[in-house]
Design a protein around this ligand. Structure first.
Ligand SMILES: *Cc1c(COP(=O)(O)O)cnc(C)c1O
Length: 344
């Protein structure tokens, strides 16, 4: 039987959270607010923002089909990643298991929180085996990290293998879906009601074109979300971010249009790459970037920098020797990249 209490750190389980002025009074009828030591001047920036971002979650409910009580919003996905360690992992005692290579923040946050990080290498097709991940776990493993589509490899992970991990692991499984809007693969969100140990991460930073506002989402059981809300900084998502996210969410068709264009550009760029003599292999991708194995990644990277074009050099990452990670840009940016590589 799944017991959240057994997974959460005792100090967090027993935590009495900070109660802000905006928590203690949340009605709409009052018109004189003298409870939060705010300045009455300089509206609309003088008031503290809604600590639970209720208007924003109402709009997200329409777009994502998730009830408000199953949504956590943070200062980028990075906040939701760090919170996972602070909520579940006792420093110096617990550990986490993760696919490798994957997103660098999982390990950085583990190191910051003094939590042992156990990477399990993907196979040569950048797929993983549930059994290998589970074999790396012990009684102190609190979290398994999955990322699909994965960064930096670009591919979606096998859905049945992911489900196997969620079904068989007794701790928390976090699936990072930062690139899901570009993917053929469906989100794992629909698995949440039947899997109380699952947390799904998404973000406004990629398909939604809003990296600057820093808004990350975690979807999970209402019990997990309640604990996240208790541990987060009271006003973790500022008012400007909440307003701008609301504006963006009111126009999801704009995002669909961007995604369609970027997927066309991705196909065009990959075709051009495969025709270049300096490209050895382009790996399958389900994201707005792809990984390409080059004849000499470092030299080509340096050349592109000298041309004013920056890509991501992943050659020092395990399984990514001589690989560059290429983000899909605008039509003209992609043309500049191809033009430069043809001259190399
Ligand atoms: C870009 C990215 C994110 C986004 O992080 P934010 O803090 O929301 O900008 C999350 N996970 C992965 C794997 C990413 O590549």
């Amino acid at each position: 039987m799944f017991s959240l209490e057994q997974l959460v750190r005792p100090n967090i389980w027993n935590l009495a959270p900070y109660s802000s002025a905006r928590d203690e009074y949340s009605g709409k009828e009052a018109h004189v607010f003298l409870d939060a030591n705010e300045n009455p001047y300089n509206a609309p920036y003088n008031r503290y923002p809604d600590p639970l971002q209720r208007d924003l979650k109402k709009e997200l409910k329409k777009v994502k089909g998730m009830p408000e009580e199953n949504i956590f919003l943070g200062n980028g996905s990075d906040e939701a990643i760090d919170l996972a360690y602070r909520v579940f992992c006792n420093p110096g005692v617990d550990n986490v298991v993760a696919i490798a290579p994957s997103y660098g923040m999982y390990k950085v946050c583990a190191d910051i929180n003094d939590v042992e990080y156990r990477p399990v290498l993907l196979d040569e097709k950048y797929q993983f085996s549930a059994d290998k991940l589970l074999a790396a776990c012990d009684a102190h493993t609190k979290i398994i990290w999955l990322c699909s589509p994965n960064n930096p490899t670009g591919n979606s992970l096998d859905r049945d293998e992911m489900l196997k991990v969620v079904n068989e692991f007794e701790g928390i499984v976090i699936i990072d879906e930062a690139y899901i809007d570009f993917a053929q693969q469906l989100s794992m969100r629909q698995e949440l009601p039947t899997h109380p140990n699952l947390i799904i991460l998404q973000t406004m930073s990629k398909a939604w074109g809003s990296a600057a506002i820093r808004l990350g989402m975690a979807f999970a059981s209402r019990d997990i979300i309640a604990i996240y809300n208790k541990v987060k900084y009271p006003y973790n998502v500022n008012q400007l971010t909440q307003q701008q996210a609301l504006t963006a969410l009111k126009d999801p068709f704009e995002v669909d249009k961007w995604v369609r264009i970027l997927l066309e550009e991705r196909a065009r760029l990959i075709q051009a790459f495969t025709e270049l003599p300096i490209v050895e292999e382009v790996f399958p991708t389900d994201a707005n970037f792809f990984l390409a194995r080059m004849t000499a990644a470092q030299a080509i990277y340096d050349y592109l920098v000298s041309e004013g074009i920056i890509v991501r050099n992943r050659t020092r990452v395990q399984l990514c020797q001589n690989c560059l990670r290429i983000t899909i840009g605008s039509h003209s940016e992609n043309n500049e990249l191809i033009g430069a590589l043809r001259k190399y």
